[in-house]
Design a protein around this ligand. Structure first.
Ligand SMILES: [Zn+2]
Length: 361
């Protein structure tokens, strides 16, 4: 089968490799669509980060590079491994792409398995990936979805679930709560979509006019401001009668965004840092103290897929506006990575498939 494999920085190859066989307890999934994630771009430009270096196998998967890439994917069940009785061939599914030690409790009540030692992802650290034709996944990480969700939109359920967990980290959301989101990249937009679906009023601060427009056109923001052109804090004070926003989500990893949030958050407000920070930030701790701000981190997701699938199935949230391109696997680097690296203001999610029939639709 065809697969995109990470060898090293600037070295991802489309190759023919043997298709996986389904093992007991696993589900063989024929991939429909796979999204390209910022994490994939980081591996390509600055990696290996999550991908295990050649000669250094990942402690859980036991695999080293080359590894098949792609962790944001949807597909159709092709074959069931021995002992899997609660799914059927032909079911539509998405994958929660975890590689987690067998000793860790990954049951429905766990709120910590995503923080376990050596946690990594299918499509980054081994066990196949969505940038290929088929992938065999442990039953635990396969989530059935309604056939009413188009499979292209379903490929966005994985990044959407990052937003669902981020919003969960902020605690209860009340109808009409003001939420500030800094940054309208894919995760900022999808976090905003979850906030809107839960009844919050969403304010986005974002430099790029094209991204601001996308936030408005897709309906996930009530207000967007450019911090380069507008006193965003003054606008927020006007909107909230000087109270400040109830919750805030940092999705840029730039210092001025964090500074804005500490000023714009109301006393006792909750701040969730969603972005990945490559270097230490500075924090005006006195603001944290005097306003009794709750500052929280969030990473990936933990038992959040059922909620995000239900949100999409309910129709409260539309993923279609975030699909900005569809390409064949052969064009992954030229049309996919290149567009996202060099034209990232217009591209949100580019979806990849190996199936010419899907591409023709
Ligand atoms: Zn991702």
């Amino acid at each position: 089968m065809k697969a995109a494999r990470f060898y090293d920085r600037n070295d991802i190859r489309i190759e023919d490799i043997p298709a996986p066989k389904v093992a007991p307890g696993e589900v063989l999934v024929k991939v429909a669509w796979c999204g390209i994630c910022g994490t994939d771009l980081h591996e390509y430009l600055d990696g290996p980060i999550f991908c295990p270096q050649h000669g250094h196998p990942h402690p859980i998967s036991g695999e080293d590079s080359p590894v098949t890439m792609g962790h944001e994917f949807s597909g159709v069940v092709k074959e069931l491994g021995e002992g899997v009785t609660d799914l059927e061939v032909g079911d539509h599914v998405v994958v929660e792409p975890y590689i987690i030690d067998d000793a860790v409790d990954v049951g429905p009540d766990s709120k910590t398995y995503h923080l376990s030692k050596n946690m990594n992802f299918i499509g980054l650290a081994g066990r196949g990936g969505g940038l290929s034709e088929v992938v065999s996944v442990k039953r635990r990480w396969v989530h059935k979805i309604s056939k009413n969700i188009p499979l292209d939109e379903a490929a966005l359920i994985e990044p959407l679930t990052v937003g669902v967990h981020a919003v969960e980290r902020a605690g209860e959301i009340h109808e009409g709560d003001y939420a500030l989101v800094t940054g309208a990249g894919p995760i900022g937009l999808l976090t905003s979509a979850v906030l809107k679906a839960k009844g919050a009023k969403v304010i986005i601060s974002e430099l790029s006019p094209l991204r601001r427009q996308k936030a408005l056109d897709s309906g996930v923001a009530d207000y967007t401001f450019s911090p380069a052109e507008t006193d965003v804090l003054a606008e927020i004070q006007k909107l909230t009668n000087d109270r400040g926003v109830d919750i805030a989500f940092e999705c840029t990893s730039v210092q001025p965004a964090l500074d804005l949030i500490l000023d714009a958050i109301k006393p006792t407000g909750k701040v969730v840092v969603v972005s990945i920070w490559g270097k230490p930030a500075s924090l005006d701790v006195q603001k944290l103290v005097l306003k009794e701000i709750d500052l929280r981190g969030t990473i990936a997701y933990v038992n959040n897929h059922p909620e995000s699938i239900a949100l999409v199935e309910s129709g409260k949230l539309d993923l279609k506006p975030f699909i900005t391109g569809k390409i064949a696997l052969e064009d992954l680097i030229d049309k996919g990575f290149d567009t996202l690296i060099n034209h990232n203001e217009t591209a949100v999610k580019i979806l990849v498939t190996t199936d010419p029939e899907l591409l023709a639709q």
